[in-house]
Design a binder for this molecule. Structure first.
Ligand SMILES: Cc1cc2nc3c(=O)[nH]c(=O)nc-3n(C[C@H](O)[C@H](O)[C@H](O)COP(=O)(O)OP(=O)(O)OC[C@H]3O[C@@H](n4cnc5c(N)ncnc54)[C@H](O)[C@@H]3O)c2cc1C
Length: 425
């Protein structure tokens, strides 16, 4: 990151349109979208952004729906990371060792005469962070203050006033919290939060396998929860032979599994993974993420908007957390651009209400769907298991219903913001 873009003791006072707190996956994408649309943006992240190039590997890779890929492409991130992403061409869902399964093939959704598009792409989270590190210094109107933090924040009808840890003062029309699930800005604004713990965690690691995955994402429902094998691009020597694993385990078991030595861990993994891709080997460290659901009671307050995990956090059973966050990003950017075109104050209550109304319903629906899926698929009660197996097999035989679910996986249904329709802001 260039020196002029880093926080410095000289730049003590800054007047911007939008202050973004949290410059990670959603905050970084929002910052780029707004700055490219001509807003002056200041973004604060507590992490050292320059360090994202060498570290910051949290093991996570995200299934990015086609509509989210369009947002990343719209702000230039895709140009930087495209070669590091793996398309998802097939999705196979199965229940334990039942022979019944559901198989989605992207070719079933093609438009005559056009190449069928993938359901989405697998992207390592660190790739997006590295792309931000490349793009932010080149983006006019955008200043990252990182590592830095907001020490005090005042909001009133006139505007936003923030003082950062290094003494920089920032005046803005609007502040947006993109701080992830723990959002001090949300809490300080007195916005209530409902939260429950799934008493599960996702063990995340990367494996290399003997045979290529052919860009098929697999999700198996095991008694302790879903076990996902997600295709990554692989190395130059072994393309298509690398996958990201999200292995859900009960709260009483995951710490024991995480404590196993490498050999025993691999043995447990193989039991769940199977041998359909030949021999497997674990590459890199393993991580565990406890799973919970949470949602903020409001997405807005005076001159404040909440985005992505700061507004809603869901179980990754359907791989939708970041996808929903990027929908928030695209919707908020559009609402702000439209308000400015109409000569309105971008931090006015009506502007923010337009954003909140647009996103709350969609996100609450997805929270409900993911919660129901967790309850349906995280148990081995026989009649429930039989009902879900028959349900999956039935959907597999119903082309129209199947296409409906496939479009949902692509994220191309609902009231899509312009960026998700490949249109400029
Ligand atoms: C195991 C697992 C698998 C997942 N798989 C998928 C998937 O396949 N598809 C999908 O769509 N989603 C998936 N998700 C969800 C996805 O990872 C999250 O929804 C996404 O990371 C949220 O992005 P965010 O920008 O809101 O928050 P974060 O990525 O948490 O970023 C928050 C940023 O804010 C900064 N920050 C925090 N607090 C402050 C502060 N006070 N001041 C300044 N900066 C601050 C942090 O340094 C960070 O850079 C998965 C989640 C897990 C746990």
């Amino acid at each position: 990151m260039s020196k002029s873009k880093m926080s410095s003791k000289q730049s003590k006072c800054k007047n911007v349109d939008v202050l973004v707190i949290g410059g990670g996956l959603s905050g970084g994408t929002l910052s780029l979208a707004l700055a490219q649309a001509g807003f002056d943006v200041a973004t604060v992240d507590r992490e050292d952004m320059a360090g994202w190039t060498d570290r910051g590997f949290d093991g996570r890779a995200s299934a990015i729906a086609l509509s989210s890929q369009r947002v990343l492409a719209g702000v230039g991130i895709w140009d930087v990371i495209g070669a590091e992403t793996a398309p998802m061409l097939d999705i196979r869902v199965s229940d334990g060792h039942s022979p019944l399964f559901l198989h989605y093939d992207h070719e079933e959704l093609g438009t005559p005469g056009a190449d069928p598009e993938p359901f989405g792409y697998m992207v390592e989270n660190r790739s997006i962070r590295k792309a931000l590190n490349v793009l932010v210094p080149k983006t006019k109107n955008l200043t990252y203050f990182a590592p830095n933090q907001v020490e005090s924040l005042e909001r009133d009808a006139e505007g936003v006033h923030a003082v950062l840890q290094d003494g920089t003062q920032i005046e803005a029309r609007l502040v947006v919290a993109c701080e992830g699930r723990q959002s001090p800005t949300r809490d300080a604004a007195g916005i209530g939060l409902t939260k429950w713990d799934y008493k599960q965690a996702g063990i995340v690691c990367t494996v290399e396998h003997e045979h290529p995955h052919n860009f098929c994402a697999q999700e198996r429902f095991l008694p302790s929860g879903p076990f996902a094998i997600l295709p990554l691009v692989g190395s130059a020597e072994k393309p298509g032979c690398r996958s990201s694993i999200v292995w859900t385990e009960r709260a009483d078991l995951w710490p024991i599994i995480m404590d196993l030595d490498d050999e025993d861990f691999l043995e447990e993994l193989e039991v769940r993974f199977g041998d359909f891709l030949g021999e497997i080997e674990i590459v890199g460290p393993k991580f565990a993420y406890p799973f919970s659901l949470q949602f903020a009671h409001s997405y807005t307050a005076e001159r404040l908007a909440l985005v992505a995990d700061s507004a809603h956090g869901m179980h990754p059973i359907a791989g939708q957390g970041l996808n929903m966050g990027l929908r928030d990003v695209a919707a908020l950017a559009e609402v702000l651009v439209d308000a400015r075109r109409a000569g309105q104050d971008i931090g006015a209550p009506q502007t923010l209400e337009n954003y909140g109304r647009w996103r709350r319903f969609d996100n609450n629906l997805m929270l409900g769907v993911t919660d129901a899926l967790v309850k349906l698929f995280s148990n081995d009660i026989e009649p429930i298991q039989l009902a879900r197996d028959l349900g999956m097999a039935a959907v597999n035989q119903m082309p129209n219903l199947k296409r409906f679910f496939m479009r949902h996986a692509m994220g191309t249904v609902g009231e899509l913001p312009r960026l998700m329709r490949k249109e400029p802001l």
